[in-house]
Design a binder for this molecule. Structure first.
Ligand SMILES: *[C@@H]1O[C@H](CO)[C@@H](O)[C@H](O)[C@H]1NC(C)=O
Ligand SMILES: *[C@@H]1O[C@H](CO)[C@@H](O)[C@H](O)[C@H]1NC(C)=O
Ligand SMILES: *[C@@H]1O[C@H](CO)[C@@H](O)[C@H](O)[C@H]1NC(C)=O
Ligand SMILES: *[C@@H]1O[C@H](CO)[C@@H](O)[C@H](O)[C@H]1NC(C)=O
Ligand SMILES: *[C@@H]1O[C@H](CO)[C@@H](O)[C@H](O)[C@H]1NC(C)=O
Ligand SMILES: *[C@@H]1O[C@H](CO)[C@@H](O)[C@H](O)[C@H]1NC(C)=O
Ligand SMILES: *[C@@H]1O[C@H](CO)[C@@H](O)[C@H](O)[C@H]1NC(C)=O
Ligand SMILES: *[C@@H]1O[C@H](CO)[C@@H](O)[C@H](O)[C@H]1NC(C)=O
Ligand SMILES: *[C@@H]1O[C@H](CO)[C@@H](O)[C@H](O)[C@H]1NC(C)=O
Ligand SMILES: *[C@@H]1O[C@H](CO)[C@@H](O)[C@H](O)[C@H]1NC(C)=O
Ligand SMILES: *[C@@H]1O[C@H](CO)[C@@H](O)[C@H](O)[C@H]1NC(C)=O
Length: 864
């Protein structure tokens, strides 16, 4: 039994100790945990919940950034062609107003009056076309006439060289040089015809690839944007929640400790506590001196009683022995003070013992603990409000999810089947186009070869003529020169035969290519895009939405709203500059983020924080605990000693009769008496002296000690009442402050706390806004799409090449015309003539004897 009860005792002791340890742990000040927060994305928040947001990552890599334009060395020619179109064919800027009317087919009568304007604008173009068609019709006729003329022996058709002018050599050489130059120019044009012909096929091959890559990029871009939005709306929002929840969970630290600090500063708790601690020394000195007085007083009383009984025996014996006439008056042989006249200090003694037993310091510590536990009170009393607030903020993510869902819907409509359909369509068209392009390519090669044929004939004709020329009579010219001359004449014939066809193709491609360059590509590719707005947001817009009076193409197409001012060029330039989708596409018209920014309108955070404030009630904190009050009152009571009464007693003589004087009287009486009386009196005298030296002396010593102890006590208690009153006032001040002013301090501190919570959310909102305006879906890919599809694929590869083609062809024709003249002239100098006017005889003889020649000139002495 005893063993078991011992075990139980030990166990309960252990529980007690651990409970104590636990209560100590709970009483410890709260700490911020975790001190800093960070997530896997690199966002971090410090102790003050200042958040450092990391940059938003890019989730996609784009393919088409590498599309570059390669002009195969024809750049100068394209520039030449373009400056011909822009400077010569269409010298004036675009008359948008008139084009508008043309497009809408509402040319007024009024407009016709301005035909001059049209003439200026389209005069060059018309002139070129007219020249082209005139050429087509007239050139064959001229050729036919020329042919006839020559066949009839005119126009240099006679195989004779009429004049023997001395300048013939020089003429021939000059003509040869000029023709050579013309051949060189034509050859250059011819090469460019071949190259541009290939380039068109190359462009076609590229379109499919370019479109596919760009549409994939577009899809990547949309996906990337969605991923970034998810990143902001999920990851960053979660991080924000982490930080807010950290602060809510640490309300004891973040709100409680500053609150306690503030209350402590204004409520003077430290002052009270310190004054309380200061009493502790006083308590022990009072206790020590008071107990000393208690002891010596007891001593005085005990010894007083002994003296008192000795004196009363002595008095009785003197009265018995000294019979009348006895001169000794024994009335004074009594003790001089009454034990009961000493003040009763049992009450102060028990009070001070009580105070010391209770340990005043411990009581003050308890009072302080009430105050120190304010943070934990804050924690406990705000639990429900904090939970509610957490729920509310968590629910805010629902609003973000709605926003994200809206965007994902937009993505699905864009990225899903639409793009794939488009890609397939483009591939189909390109396949068909490639089939026909084969024939176009063959045709182009044939054209080039036609030109090449002429060039080759001219070149070899010239070469043969030059190499074969001998300084002999025209009728005696060699076979080589004649062949050269014939080749030149053949080239002239081919020029007459094919030029109209070449010119027809040149004119037709010119009719298509020149306006496309001027009106489309110049506008589309000009770096400042100055006319693009006009083209897109006025002309194309009017065509696509004829019933709308105002608006921009993209504004209506994307938002269906004609007040949205989303200009195409502005969008492109923004995208080129790498701006965010929200800015470039003015998506503020599509997504209403004001609710998000103004989250306080829908999320009553302030209300929940008010709840926190209302739930914290510190008015019932007791720093002036009942324990403390009673202890302080006990202390006050313990110094309630009537020193006056004490000293009155001490000032009394221990005996009314001086004992030495009594002894002298007894001695006098003994010397007067005799016998037994004398002996008895002498014994009484000795007893009196013995009492004087022992019991009386003891009392006197004790009284002296009591006086000393009283002095010590008086010093110890001096001022105690005032001090204790001060302590009570100090604690009461804190108590009253808590009762009356705590709520306003709480309000102040809660405001600071709520500012901190709000600043976390505001930081998130600011980060989202920054991301929206700067980082989310930066739309270079849109610019790349435009650049690679429109600028490079359409304008550079297709239109430039088309213009290069007709320009090259036209160039060749242009040099054909003079080359005809010089070829015909030169042929005369190279071919063997049928008759020569140098020598009529020779000519006759040559007429008679065909094949007769002058003696052959010495070889290798060509004189071209
Ligand atoms: C974009 O996302 C859609 C759906 O999530 C997916 O089918 C498509 O392959 C993605 N596009 C790219 C280029 O990653
Ligand atoms: C965000 O937090 C919610 C709830 O805690 C969780 O379901 C979701 O997966 C988290 N999202 C991210 C991106 O961490
Ligand atoms: C004070 O003295 C009384 C006798 O006079 C004694 O009974 C008592 O125990 C003393 N008190 C203390 C605390 O010593
Ligand atoms: C009184 O309590 C304090 C703190 O509780 C302690 O440090 C001190 O030792 C105690 N004094 C006595 C006399 O028990
Ligand atoms: C068009 O956008 C403007 C603001 O840009 C807005 O005030 C208006 O309500 C929108 N109209 C429609 C029909 O959505
Ligand atoms: C937010 O709300 C306030 C008043 O409720 C309003 O003045 C302010 O314009 C709103 N801000 C936005 C961006 O909607
Ligand atoms: C102290 O005792 C004296 C007489 O002994 C008395 O007159 C006086 O009133 C007492 N003082 C107090 C404060 O009780
Ligand atoms: C005490 O005794 C002395 C002489 O013995 C005497 O003078 C004095 O008056 C006495 N004091 C009192 C209060 O009786
Ligand atoms: C009587 O007692 C007092 C004090 O105790 C002492 O001073 C004195 O000498 C004594 N008288 C005689 C005669 O012994
Ligand atoms: C009590 O203390 C005050 C100031 O310290 C002093 O003036 C006074 O004399 C002291 N009284 C006693 C009885 O010691
Ligand atoms: C504390 O102070 C208030 C106001 O000053 C007063 O009403 C109250 O009685 C005081 N309480 C104590 C115990 O002194």
């Amino acid at each position: 039994m005893t063993m078991i009860s011992k075990d139980i005792l030990t166990l309960s002791c252990l529980i007690c100790i651990s409970a104590c340890v636990l209560s100590v742990v709970k009483a410890a000040d709260p700490v911020l945990s975790p001190e800093t927060i960070s997530d896997s994305n690199g966002n971090s928040a410090d102790r003050n919940s200042d958040i450092t947001w990391s940059d938003i990552p890019t989730f996609a890599t784009y393919l088409a950034g590498s599309v570059v334009y390669n002009d195969n060395g024809l750049g100068p020619m394209y520039d030449f062609a373009k400056s011909f179109i822009n400077g010569g064919v269409f010298p004036y800027d675009l008359p948008w107003g008139k084009i508008n009317h043309l497009l809408l087919q509402t040319i007024h009568v009024n407009m016709m009056r301005n035909y001059i304007l049209y003439l200026r604008q389209f005069g060059g173009y018309g002139a070129c076309i007219i020249i082209g068609f005139l050429f087509i019709f007239l050139f064959p006729i001229i050729g036919f006439c020329f042919c006839c003329c020559r066949c009839c022996g005119n126009c240099g058709g006679k195989m004779e060289q009429n004049k023997s002018d001395a300048g013939a050599h020089i003429k021939r050489r000059i003509f040869a040089c000029i023709l050579f130059v013309l051949i060189a120019f034509t050859l250059a044009g011819n090469v460019s015809v071949f190259v541009t012909n290939d380039q068109i096929s190359y462009a076609l091959d590229n379109i499919d690839d370019a479109v596919t890559r760009n549409l994939d990029d577009l899809s990547s871009y949309v996906n990337n944007t969605i991923d970034q939005i998810r990143y902001v709306a999920n990851d960053n929002f979660n991080f924000t929640l982490d930080v807010v929840f950290r602060d809510l969970d640490n309300i004891a630290y973040i709100l409680g400790i500053p609150l306690r600090q503030s209350l402590s500063n204004s409520g003077g708790i430290n002052n009270a506590i310190n004054s309380g601690y200061a009493l502790e020394n006083r308590v022990s000195s009072i206790s020590n001196t008071l107990l000393a007085v208690n002891t010596t007083l007891d001593d005085v009383k005990t010894k007083g009683n002994i003296l008192k009984s000795n004196l009363s025996d002595l008095k009785a014996d003197i009265d018995t022995t000294c019979v009348s006439p006895c001169s000794i008056n024994t009335a004074g042989v009594v003790i001089g003070f009454d034990n009961n006249d000493f003040p009763d200090i049992s009450d102060p003694v028990s009070k001070i013992s009580d105070v010391q037993a209770q340990n005043l310091t411990a009581v003050v510590v308890d009072a302080q603990k009430e105050f120190d536990d304010i943070p934990w009170r804050v924690h406990n009393e705000s639990l429900t409000a904090v939970t509610d607030l957490k729920d509310m903020i968590s629910n805010f993510s629902g609003k973000l999810d709605d926003l994200v869902d809206q965007m994902v819907t937009a993505q699905d409509s864009l990225s899903g089947s639409t793009l794939n359909d488009f890609k397939t369509q483009v591939r189909d068209y390109v396949d068909i186009a490639e089939q026909y392009d084969k024939y176009r390519h063959y045709g182009g090669v044939a054209l080039g070869c036609t030109v090449l044929l002429v060039v080759v004939l001219q070149f070899f004709g010239l070469a043969f003529g030059v190499l074969g020329h001998r300084d002999v009579s025209p009728v005696n010219r060699g076979c080589m020169g004649t062949t050269g001359g014939n080749m030149l004449m053949a080239s002239v014939g081919f020029v007459f035969i094919f030029s109209w066809l070449l010119m027809l193709l040149t004119t037709l491609t010119f009719i298509i290519g020149a306006p496309l360059e001027k009106f489309l590509c110049k506008t589309l590719t000009s770096p400042d895009m100055s006319d693009l707005d006009e083209l897109v947001d006025e002309r194309i817009f009017k065509i696509m939405y004829p019933d709308r009076d105002s608006g921009t193409l993209l504004g209506v197409a994307i938002f269906g709203n004609d007040t949205v001012d989303l200009k195409f060029t502005q969008m492109l330039q923004d995208c080129q500059a790498g701006k965010a989708a929200y800015v470039a596409f003015k998506l503020d018209n599509l997504f209403d983020i004001s609710n998000f920014i103004n989250y306080t309108n829908t999320m009553n955070i302030s209300g929940e924080i008010d709840k926190i404030q209302n739930n914290i009630d510190l008015s019932d904190i007791e720093v002036l605990t009942p324990d403390l009050t009673s202890q302080l009152n006990n202390l006050k009571d313990s110094v309630n000693v009537n020193f006056t009464q004490f000293r009155d007693q001490l000032n009394k003589n221990a005996t009314d009769q001086d004992l030495v004087d009594l002894a002298n009287q007894l001695d006098t009486a003994a010397s007067a008496a005799s016998g037994i009386t004398k002996t008895n009196l002498e014994a009484l005298r000795d007893r009196t002296l013995a009492i004087n030296n022992t019991e009386y002396a003891n009392v006197m010593t004790a009284m002296t000690q009591l006086g000393t102890d009283l002095d010590s006590l008086e010093t110890a208690v001096n001022g105690t009442t005032g001090d204790v009153d001060d302590v009570i006032v100090n604690f009461n001040t804190t108590q009253e402050y808590l009762r009356n002013n705590a709520s306003s301090t709480i309000a102040d501190e809660v405001r600071t706390y709520s500012d901190r919570i709000f600043s976390i959310i505001d930081s998130y909102i600011a980060d989202v806004l920054y991301a929206l305006n700067n980082e989310l879906g930066t739309c270079e890919p849109i610019w790349t799409l435009y650049n690679s599809l429109v600028v490079i694929t359409f304008c550079n590869y297709t239109i430039d090449t088309l213009n290069g083609f007709w320009f090259g062809l036209g160039w060749c024709i242009f040099f054909f015309v003079p080359s005809i003249i010089f070829a015909v002239k030169l042929a005369k100098h190279y071919r063997r003539m049928k008759q020569s006017d140098y020598n009529q005889n020779a000519s006759f003889s040559s007429k008679n004897k065909v094949g007769h020649r002058d003696p052959a000139p010495p070889p290798y002495e060509s004189n071209w």
